[in-house]
Write a protein that binds this ligand. Structure first.
Ligand SMILES: [Zn+2]
Length: 121
């Protein structure tokens, strides 16, 4: 990434070495993740966020992994690219759902036609 180092306040958040980036996750997760922006609490009892508004808002990917809700921080520098990937996948998902619905309609028609045909023998 070419973003200036240290500019993003969450860049220091631990991510396992070699774990996929938010952009890679957006592309390769089995189901399209949701891109959402919200504030976070750091967990330090002495921090202003403990009873205040929280830090951010920051962008996150949210998805389900089995029954577990997961999230991954999206660096500000990657947010636009991640948003494009998620939007394209959402369009593809809608197209796939429409195609499946049409196929089911065709199948029902075919079945009804077959029934008529059989009744006519
Ligand atoms: Zn805090």
């Amino acid at each position: 990434m070419s973003g200036a180092p240290g500019r993003d306040p969450m860049d220091c958040v631990p991510g396992r070495r070699g774990s996929p980036s938010a952009l890679e996750l957006a592309k390769m997760l089995y189901k399209t993740p949701a891109l959402v922006r919200h504030r976070v609490r750091c967990g330090k009892p002495s921090c202003r966020c403990a009873d205040g508004e929280g830090h951010g808002p920051y962008w996150f990917l949210h998805w389900r992994d089995g029954g577990v809700q997961r999230r991954r921080y999206v660096r500000q520098a990657d947010a636009a690219a991640v948003r494009r990937v998620v939007a394209r996948r959402q369009r593809d998902d809608r197209a796939a759902r429409r195609a499946a619905a049409l196929a089911i309609t065709d199948l029902r028609r075919l079945r009804a036609w077959l029934r008529e045909l059989e009744a006519g023998w």
